[in-house]
Design a protein around this ligand. Structure first.
Ligand SMILES: Cc1cc2nc3c(=O)[nH]c(=O)nc-3n(C[C@H](O)[C@H](O)[C@H](O)COP(=O)(O)OP(=O)(O)OC[C@H]3O[C@@H](n4cnc5c(N)ncnc54)[C@H](O)[C@@H]3O)c2cc1C
Length: 488
């Protein structure tokens, strides 16, 4: 075989959720060996949970972008499908490679699977190395005084910032030598892009490393200077929209953090704004660390008493929520933004999640599953952690009595109605005063705005005050607490 006479044995570079060439520790160390590189992506069943449809849409474009960047450097992406260990073993056998370098995954089942793979490969004499390329700090590196995981964000973040040193930036290699005769599948055969119907036509994203870099640059120039307050206003372009890029590893979180800090050091933005952004990146780490240490939180309440919640079976309510037809404009705007673009603003994610879990009393797992399938940034740790945060059952969760009032949230954070008018266009001519609660508008106002409630836009599917009282009763019963009057 042709590879038997390769003098220097190649190194397999196993790409997973690190689809970038800059600041990629596994790639950096592989290239530093001076040996040929075999960049491979294996489409295997995710052992924690198979990716949702919107996430696969992203993966399709991200892999194509990575392949193009590799080709620019004289290399290419080798694509394989099937069981990861078997695919790695056959690549090793085909090419004579004797090393596999990878950036690690920290979700519980993937972590365990990787340990098994490393064990098998090492027993066969393969040099198998794992690096952290996806988190600010690897799980286990940030523990409290009793060597236990933090369950509260603020001390976690303090400890992380004290413990974790930003790694030195490592630029993309100029050239990557890859042997020619290695078989690859064609991504066109993987069917990751939806057809019949193609629901992705409103997806306005540029997956890939260049897209991530452009999103970050745009954010540093426009959003970061007013981030701390602006990030709550869904009509403003104040957040980075980096989440799907971070999820697929098209940019390292340290690079995002460091560039924000550099902007502050250069006097371009206040230091407090950059610190707030780094702290949000910290929530991503916090979620990942929690899931790593508490694997059951994907489908069990982190606070066990919440397993007794009297969830309602309400298929119609769930459907109205998914389709953006609840009659609450901010909720509907968020759910339509999600369906149309594969993403939703964080403030609105909190409002729609609270509406499902508290107003409708529908199990958070139903909402989490819908987000999982429809978000381009769907991330097991972040999604589960945030859903449990809203539901009150999470580690450092919102207090149980916090029930977002979707009307007040809209009036506060979308006061000029730009967000609701964009995503619920049938209400666009309604004056601000009634925009967040159209059913309170006088008939002539509705008529002048061309809104026929129940025809053009639904009547509210529930009464806010009654739903809040019902949720509070359930939550008090479950938590055994009656110490708050029920704030919005
Ligand atoms: C119910 C619910 C579900 C969520 N599901 C996901 C998910 O599946 N994937 C996901 O990446 N985020 C999720 N989030 C967190 C957050 O909404 C998104 O990370 C954020 O909206 C992404 O937009 P951005 O990149 O513009 O954020 P920015 O405000 O620019 O923040 C920068 C980065 O910090 C991280 N971040 C910010 N807020 C959070 C947070 N609360 N938790 C974890 N990381 C955070 C993200 O990586 C984000 O890209 C969820 C939030 C809620 C309330």
């Amino acid at each position: 075989m042709e590879f038997a006479c390769v003098a220097t044995k190649p190194v397999v570079l196993w790409f997973r959720r690190d689809l970038r060439l800059n600041d990629n520790p596994a790639l950096y160390h592989a290239v530093a060996t001076g040996r040929p590189i075999l960049p491979v992506f294996i489409q295997d069943r995710d052992p924690d949970r198979p990716a949702g449809a919107a996430s696969l849409w992203w993966l399709d474009k991200s892999l194509r972008a990575l392949d193009a960047s590799l080709q620019d450097r004289g290399s290419r992406l080798i694509l394989r499908r099937g069981d990861s260990l078997i695919q790695l073993q056959s690549l090793i056998q085909e090419t004579g490679a004797d090393a596999v370098f990878m950036n690690r995954l920290f979700e519980p089942a993937a972590f365990a699977r990787d340990a098994d793979i490393a064990h098998e490969l090492k027993s066969a004499g393969v040099d198998c190395r794992g690096f952290n390329g996806s988190l600010l700090a690897r799980p286990g590196a940030v523990l409290n005084g009793s060597d236990a995981p933090y369950k509260v964000f603020t001390p976690f973040m303090k400890a992380l910032l004290a413990a974790a040193e930003p790694p030195p930036p490592t630029p993309a290699p100029r050239r990557i030598d890859t042997p020619d005769a290695v078989q690859t599948e064609s991504i066109d055969d993987w069917g990751l892009h939806p057809t019949r119907p193609d629901w992705s036509q409103g997806f306005d994203w540029t997956p890939g490393e260049a897209g991530a870099d452009a999103a970050l640059s745009d954010f540093l120039a426009r959003g970061l200077k007013t981030y701390a307050k602006g990030r709550d206003h869904p009509a403003l372009p104040t957040t980075s929209r980096l989440s799907p890029h971070l999820h697929r590893g098209e940019i390292s979180p340290w690079r995002a953090a460091q560039r924000a800090r550099d902007a502050a050091d250069a006097g371009a933005v206040p230091a407090a704004e950059a610190a707030k952004f780094v702290s949000e990146l910290g929530w991503r780490d916090f979620s990942a660390h929690l899931l790593h240490h508490f694997p059951t939180m994907t489908d069990r309440a982190f606070r066990p008493e919440y397993e007794a919640m009297p969830w309602r079976d309400d298929p119609e309510g769930l459907e109205a929520w998914k389709r953006g037809r609840t009659g609450y404009p901010l909720v509907d705007a968020g759910m339509r933004q999600l369906w149309t673009t594969g993403w939703m603003h964080n403030r609105v994610r909190m409002v729609v999640a609270s509406f499902l879990v508290k107003h409708l009393l529908i199990d958070w797992r139903e909402g989490e599953a819908w987000f999982w399938d429809t978000l381009v940034d769907a991330d097991l740790a972040s999604n589960v952690q945030n859903w449990q945060w809203v539901a009150g059952s999470g580690a450092d969760a919102a207090p149980y009595f916090r029930i977002f009032n979707p009307i007040a949230q809209g009036e506060k954070f979308d006061a000029e109605g730009g967000y609701v008018r964009r995503w619920v266009p049938e209400l666009r001519r309604l004056p601000d005063r009634w925009l967040q609660s159209p059913w309170t508008a006088p008939p002539e106002v509705l008529r002048d705005a061309g809104v026929r409630l129940g025809k053009d836009y639904p009547h509210p599917i529930l009464d806010h005050a009654q739903a809040r009282a019902r949720a509070l009763d359930a939550l008090k019963a479950v938590t055994g607490r009656d110490d708050q009057a029920g704030h919005d």
